[in-house]
Design a protein around this ligand. Structure first.
Ligand code: ZN
Length: 239
């Protein structure tokens, strides 16, 4: 049994608004934020029987681009925590499971077969999967909560779980670290993700992803979100 499941499984409440989080931050604010000279080998992946089975499931369901994106999110999130939030404590395996599963709702077998928004479907699939593999309920819930909220990036009020915050920051940040890109190549990730967004908006104009779009968005209109994803200038040279 884990002593303090709230801390261990990454439920510790941290402010949701990144501007609030980084305001006057000792290492991350100002013109020259601290950058540790990490390489990808500084972030060995957690391993356990549960991790192995979840990875097998995810690898069979997702495109290679999404699978690699999920690993970059693990590395960026873990690096960000080590450099800027060393006081944040949580189980690396739980964060890794959240990373592996955060886009599982974009898999072909889920995206177009459900009317649920992809984050919500993915969160349910992830929770069911972890429980079916006899993972602890607290771990399944932490992963589920982080996935449900992982695209709520305009919300400023209140808090989010620490694992949810790291997942969001790392997803947005999927834009630095050449060694990470070498180990987990992007291979056209921006275009791949933009297409997923457009597919979901076409099939499910009610979906959560439409919160990135103009009010009363109609299928067929150009997507602001997909345009932004395609316009990721920082990563263009690696795509
Ligand atoms: Zn993602």
């Amino acid at each position: 049994m884990v002593n303090d499941p709230v801390t261990f499984y990454g439920f510790t409440a941290v402010p949701r608004d990144p501007d609030f989080l980084f305001k006057d931050h000792p290492t991350a604010s100002g013109p020259k934020p601290k950058q540790d000279p990490f390489t990808v080998t500084d972030f060995p992946l957690p391993h356990s029987e549960l991790v192995r089975k979840v990875r097998e499931f995810v690898k069979a369901a997702l495109t290679e681009q999404t699978y690699n994106h999920s690993h970059r999110v693990y590395v960026y999130g873990t690096a960000l925590k080590r450099t800027h939030f060393p006081e944040w404590k949580y189980d690396d395996e739980t964060y890794y499971l959240a990373c592996l599963l955060h886009d599982i709702g974009t898999a072909d077998r889920f995206l177009t077969t459900t009317k649920l928004s992809f984050e919500f479907k993915g969160a349910i699939v992830a929770r069911d999967l972890i429980l079916s593999l006899h993972g602890p309920e607290d771990q399944a819930d932490s992963v589920c909560d982080a996935i449900v909220r992982h695209q709520d990036i305009f919300v400023q009020g209140g808090n989010i779980t620490v694992i949810g915050q790291v997942l969001q920051l790392a997803t947005i940040l999927d834009n630095v670290g050449i060694s990470v890109v070498a180990s987990y190549p992007r291979d056209g990730w921006s275009e791949c993700f933009a297409k997923v967004i457009e597919t979901e908006l076409r099939l499910k104009p009610w979906c959560h992803t439409s919160t990135f779009e103009v009010p009363d968005y109609k299928p067929g209109e150009p997507s602001r979100f997909a345009t932004d994803v395609r316009g990721n200038e920082v990563m263009r040279q690696y795509d």
